[in-house]
Structure formats: C-alpha cells, structure tokens
Design a protein around this ligand. Structure first.
Ligand SMILES: O=C(O)CCC(=O)C(=O)O
Ligand SMILES: [Fe+2]
Length: 288
C-alpha cells in the first residue's frame, strides 16, 4: 500500500460568523457534530474575563491524572469567580442553539458545568472521548442528544497551542467506534470565538507545544432530567444565586426540570425559595 492510501484526512469543522442564525448553527451541529462561531464576543469581554480569572488560575492545582491533564488547570464555578463568564453562559445565540439541538427536549435544559481549562506549555493531547460518557457510559440511542458542550477561546486557539481537537461527523457512531488523532481537526479560531459540539462527538484538548498557556472557557448544557457534571447547587451559595439574573438561576437548576421534577416542600418550585417567597395555600408540580 502506498503512503497516500493509508493517510486519513480529517474533515473540516464547519464555521460561521456571529451573524449566523441559531437555526443554521443548530443544523450544522446536528449534521456534523460540531460547529465554530467566530468572534461571537468582543476582545474586551475576553480581556475582562481573563483579568477576573487570573487570581483563580494561580490558585488552581494541575490535574491529578492524564485525562484532567498533569499540566492543565481546571477552575470551576466561574459565575461568581469570573462574573463576565455570565456573558458566555447566557449568550442568547448559544442558548437558542442549545434549545433547538437537545433532543428529546420537552421542558428544560440546564447548565452542566462551567470551567476554565488552561493547558500549560508542553502538554500532550488529551485522550479522545465523548463528553456524554460522564453519564456512567450509558449508551444513549444515536438520535438522542442530551448534551451540548462549548469551548470559548480566551486566547487565539491554534493547532500548536492546544486548540480543541474534534472528529467531525463522529457523533452518530456507536460509542465503541475508535478514532485516531489523524481524524481530528483542530478548532483553530480567534479569541472570542466558540466551538460547539455534541455530547456524542469525539474530541479532546489538543497538545500544547508552545511555551504559552492556552485558556478555554468550557460551558456545557444538558437536558433538565439528567444530573449535572458540576454540582451547581453546591458551587454557589443561595445568597450568590439570589444576586444573579433569573435566567441564570433557572439555568443552574433552580427551576423545576419537568412536571414534578426537582420540587421542594411537596410541590413548590425552588425558584420560590430563591425569590424568598413564603409557601402558599396550595402547591403545584408544574414548572414555574
Ligand atoms: O480543553 C479542551 O479543549 C477540551 C477539554 C475536554 O474535552 C474535556 O476536558 O472534556
Ligand atoms: Fe471533553
């Protein structure tokens, strides 16, 4: 066999600009398992977020295993530590795309995690994986999309500094189908851009062969009836939650996930507790 015949060519990750519609982005995401939206937030948002993050990054230990990254720092609970992250977490276009993409979505979706991922110099690539494996490797039917992951580039993402690697079109294959790094494409993108991919899409943090750190902001969303990867109820105090806009409170999981899912006091919505409302004469399981 010639060398050319054995070379596997990675597919490109589709990309659009910030003016793209949620429908178009969602269609690309469902068709190819991943899509990049370039320059969705201004450099000024990245600057602010990076400044807020800096003290936390310095206080964050490196990962304890190869998957977390021995020279990678993961800082969670970003909504209070780096408040500008709210502009990414609740970005209207991204939320609209998530809403259209998750399936079967009946009532709600919620935040799964927030974290900055700072891949230090001379880091090897992360193991290829599918994020929905966090659900104890449950083999979701291939037409069910329970999770959308996003990584925002706080620095320009380049192949050399560890841009997220994605296998386009890998999202409808069974979980045990193996891929190689030759089949991955780097999500190269200018800062302020975001790569979205499905929980079923094969991907990994890239190898950082430069002498600078690559910082990505990872924000994932999941259907309202699944457990969250980062425990959002314990990541922020009730006082901190009360100071947040209602959209964020709901995204954290304080709204009832579906009929009779996640209530308190025999049928009250946790949103009533967040708002400091006393129990009424009647209760209802309905989301509100
Ligand atoms: O850092 C990245 O680019 C991707 C990280 C990732 O996929 C993960 O930790 O699940
Ligand atoms: Fe991942």
């Amino acid at each position: 066999m010639t060398e050319a015949a054995t070379t596997v060519k990675a597919l490109d990750i589709p990309r659009r600009g910030p003016e793209a519609s949620a429908e178009e982005i969602s269609d690309l995401l469902r068709a190819h398992g991943a899509v990049i939206i370039e320059r969705l937030v201004d450099a000024s948002v990245c600057d602010r977020l990076a400044a807020e993050l800096q003290p936390w990054l310095e206080a964050t230990p490196t990962g304890a295993d190869a998957f977390s990254g021995h020279n990678t720092r993961r800082t969670g609970a970003l909504l209070t530590r780096a408040p500008s992250s709210a502009e990414l977490v609740a970005h209207p276009l991204v939320l609209d795309v998530v809403d259209r993409t998750l399936w079967p979505k009946k009532t709600t979706f919620q935040l799964h995690l927030t974290q900055s991922i700072a891949i230090g110099p001379d880091s090897p690539a992360q193991m290829l994986h599918r994020d929905h494996w966090c659900f104890d490797f449950f083999p979701f039917p291939r037409d069910v999309d329970v999770e959308v992951s996003t990584i925002w580039a706080l620095d320009d993402f380049t192949e050399a500094n560890g841009a997220t690697r994605v296998v386009p079109d890998s999202h409808r294959t069974p979980d045990d189908v193996k891929y190689t790094y030759e089949q991955t494409a780097p999500a190269e993108m200018p800062r302020g851009s975001v790569v979205l991919y499905l929980g079923s899409t094969v991907h990994a943090g890239g190898a950082n062969t430069t002498d600078t750190t690559r910082i990505g902001i990872n924000v994932d969303y999941v259907l309202g009836w699944l457990r969250q990867e980062e425990n959002q109820y314990l990541s922020y105090s009730l006082d901190e939650v009360r100071a947040m806009p209602e959209r964020l409170q709901r995204l954290l999981g304080y709204e009832v996930g579906a009929y009779a899912l996640g209530y308190i006091d025999g049928g009250r919505s946790p949103m009533e507790l967040v708002r400091g409302e006393a129990a009424g004469d009647t209760t209802s399981f309905a989301p509100r």
